[in-house]
Structures are given as structure tokens and as C-alpha cells.
Design a protein around this ligand. Structure first.
Ligand code: FES
Length: 169
């Protein structure tokens, strides 16, 4: 559980620490599901890939990776979230909220809350795609990159746009 007394300086230093060695950064060529969100307010985007496996008769997340054109906070949260997701079932991963995903950083400053929500949104999109609830928001292959999607006219059709303050779906 996060420490409510943590100062902004502690937060900034934890973000810096996470950025010195970000985990699970990059596309996953053999992913089972992918989710992408963008925030029109800040222009940032996060994409998350998930790979599942069977363990003890349960379907669990084997690996997760991400790409982000976003602020340092989004990258730090995504790095921690992709580590946190390993071994989780669909239901367990789906129960995680942005505050859970960013907990190792401590409480996010108000201006940074949407950064965590973007990571949660990308996770939810990927989980929904895996569950068959919605079409995948990006190809499973590397044929389409996050950078490429940002600069194509069709980009908006592929992205789930999360508005500031809107709970990620
Ligand atoms: Fe937009 Fe962090 S400022 S994701």
C-alpha cells in the first residue's frame, strides 16, 4: 500500500529510479493481446502487449510489455505495471486500478493521475481484446508501431482516447 505521507520529492526520485532501468519496454512480436490509449489533452499514448500461458490449470499473464510516447510518469507506471502483471489471471489483472499499478511510486500528484489512468486504460483494452469483448486496438504483429500509428491519418480510428478525468474503461 502506498504511503500517503510521501512527498513530491520522494515521488520524483522514485520516477527517476524507475526510468534508469525501465522494465519490459518494447513491442512484443508474439503477443496474444494488445491495447492502446491516447490522451488528447497531453498528446501522450501508451500501448501494452500481453502474452498468456497456462499455469496450474489457470490462464495467466506470462509477460507484458509496453511502449509509451508519454511523460516520465507514464513510462514509470507502465514499467512497474508490466512487472506486477506477471502470473495474474484475467480477473486479477482486471481488478487492478491505476492506483494499484502506480502504488510503488506512491500517490501520484493530481496533475499526474491521468498518466496512471492511461496505463490502466491500455491494460483494460488488452484484457478486453483477449476476452473477445472488443477488437484488438492494434495488430498483434510489429507491422504497426506506436510511432507509426501516431502519424497516420487512420490513427484516431485505432485508438481508445481517454479524456482527462475520465475513468479508464
Ligand atoms: Fe500525459 Fe503523463 S502528462 S501521460
Amino acid at each position: 500500500m502506498s504511503d500517503p505521507t510521501m512527498s513530491e520529492t520522494d515521488f520524483e526520485s522514485r520516477v527517476r529510479d524507475a526510468l534508469t532501468n525501465p522494465q519490459n519496454l518494447g513491442e512484443m512480436s508474439d503477443a496474444d493481446a494488445v491495447g492502446t490509449v491516447g490522451n488528447p489533452e497531453c498528446g501522450d499514448m501508451v500501448r501494452m502487449w500481453l502474452k498468456f500461458t497456462e499455469k496450474d490449470g489457470r490462464k495467466v499473464i506470462d509477460r507484458a510489455s509496453f511502449q509509451s510516447f508519454g511523460c516520465q510518469t507514464a513510462i514509470a507506471v507502465a514499467s512497474m505495471a508490466t512487472e506486477m502483471l506477471k502470473g495474474k489471471t484475467l480477473a486479477e489483472a482486471g481488478a487492478l486500478q491505476s492506483a494499484d499499478l502506480s502504488a510503488p511510486l506512491g500517490p501520484l500528484p493530481p496533475m499526474k493521475i491521468h498518466c496512471g489512468e492511461m496505463v490502466e486504460g491500455a491494460l483494460r483494452q488488452a484484457l478486453a481484446a483477449e476476452a473477445g469483448a472488443v477488437p484488438a486496438t492494434a495488430p498483434k504483429s510489429n507491422a504497426s508501431t506506436l510511432l507509426g500509428d501516431m502519424h497516420t491519418p487512420a490513427a484516431t480510428g485505432k485508438l481508445r482516447v481517454v479524456k482527462l478525468g475520465e475513468g479508464a474503461v
